[in-house]
Design a protein around this ligand. Structure first.
Ligand code: HEC
Length: 126
């Protein structure tokens, strides 16, 4: 039947456009996820770390200078610790000369968040 044929044709077109729409929706969702992850680590840094290490990672805040935070835009400073050491420092804190210069964040942040923060620190390197 002619009519049937046309109907089938229309249905096929609908199916294809639905598929494309699903693809687009998926892409948008993935992009939004990536952006929100970025925003989350930025917010975590601002909230927990920037008071000492600075928004820009240079450690040039009042608290950072007092505590002795180092400049994370300096390649030599970046090279002085591994990702594992940075992870451990954030999770367990930093003690210098018997004084806690940075408190541990293991209770406050998840391992995943700490890993993202370490990657964030690496992004300061100029
Ligand atoms: C009270 C100030 C303060 C806060 C808040 C703080 N830090 Fe630190 N952090 C320091 C000091 C001081 C050091 C030791 C610097 C040194 O090694 O001489 C340090 C060291 C580190 C190190 C080890 C590498 C290094 O510089 O020796 C990492 C990694 C680190 N901090 C990450 C973080 C992260 C991530 C946060 C937030 C979750 C944070 N810090 C919050 C003061 C702070």
């Amino acid at each position: 039947m002619k009519c049937g044929g046309i109907n089938v044709q229309t249905n096929n077109n609908k199916k294809t456009s639905m598929k494309n729409r699903t693809k687009i929706a998926l892409t948008v969702a993935l992009l939004a996820g990536a952006v929100s992850l970025q925003a989350d680590v930025e917010a975590l840094w601002q909230k927990n770390c920037a008071s000492c290490h600075g928004k820009d990672g240079k450690g040039q805040t009042t608290m950072g200078k007092k505590a002795g935070a180092r400049d994370y835009t300096d390649a030599a400073v970046q090279a002085s610790f591994t990702d594992e050491e940075a992870f451990k420092a954030t999770k367990e804190g930093v003690v210098k000369d018997g004084k806690t210069v940075m408190k541990p964040y293991g209770e406050k942040l998840t391992d995943e968040e700490i890993k993202e923060l370490v990657a964030h620190i690496r992004s300061f390197k100029s």
